[in-house]
Design a protein around this ligand. Sequence first.
Ligand SMILES: [Zn+2]
Ligand SMILES: [Zn+2]
Ligand SMILES: [Zn+2]
Length: 300
Amino acid sequence: MLITVLGSGANGGVPQWDCCCPNCSRARENPKMRRARSSVAVSLDGGQHVLIDATPDLKFQLEGVGLTPRPEEAEHGRQSRIDTVLLTHGHGDHTVGIAEFSTGKSFGIPVHGPPDLMRFLFGSDDRSSFFGDLGRLARDYVLPRDLIDGGRLDLIGGLRVTGFEIDHTDRMEDGSCFPSSTYGYELEADGRRFIYTPDLGLLTEDLLERVEGSDLFMLDATFWWDDELNRISGLRKTSYDLGHVPVEESIEILRGRDIGRVVYTHLNHTNPLLDPSQPAMKKLRDAGFEVAYDRMKLKL
Ligand SMILES: [Zn+2]
Ligand SMILES: [Zn+2]
Ligand SMILES: [Zn+2]
């Protein structure tokens, strides 16, 4: 299984468009420190890919890693090397890129996600929603597909996918989540298992059981501290309030478990992991863990 990190930043990426904090300023000076919004592409042979999340940066991410049409394989000069899209949840940094597929040829790319997310993005048969009528040349650029909690898919050449609900989005009084519930995805091929939860509010027993014995667990590194926004911007909301387990805590929960590689992604511009002079990176590395970066490639 080949995994390409298309982006490793939180909502807003690094730098954020209107921010001149030290982390954003450093990223503006040094392109290597920039982070697009979080997304990964998974392939078995490097040809066709499963895309997890479609960010506002999608087009530049695909170009940046060469996930572009191959002239010798294209028909009438067009080719999609995205076979399927899996969406985790309804926040803009994970979904807005769907609009990219409304140009050029209509490939009818299946887009799977939680049923409430599919309704939120695409509407219903009798009442279309924002992405329900993409583009003006055709109606089937993408094909929304409900994936139930725990549901399985068999994709490109033997890649098995399971979507499972995790804690992240806001829980409403009626029990529903806004803007949608949130899924993590488990991908399995040739006996290798990869679990992806870029936005994760809680490391539950169920999830810990799932990641046990896996080859790669890529998870939420939005904030290092629970009170990070208060420390840095004076905002009262905590990491847990916003549906993210702080890295400082998840490191301790994951330390010493039987997981091949633990790789952190979805970093907010406030995260001290972005500053080489801070002790955070050393603490994370001492636990045997890694931080994802844009265009990182992993092989399982
Ligand atoms: Zn996010
Ligand atoms: Zn900043
Ligand atoms: Zn989110």
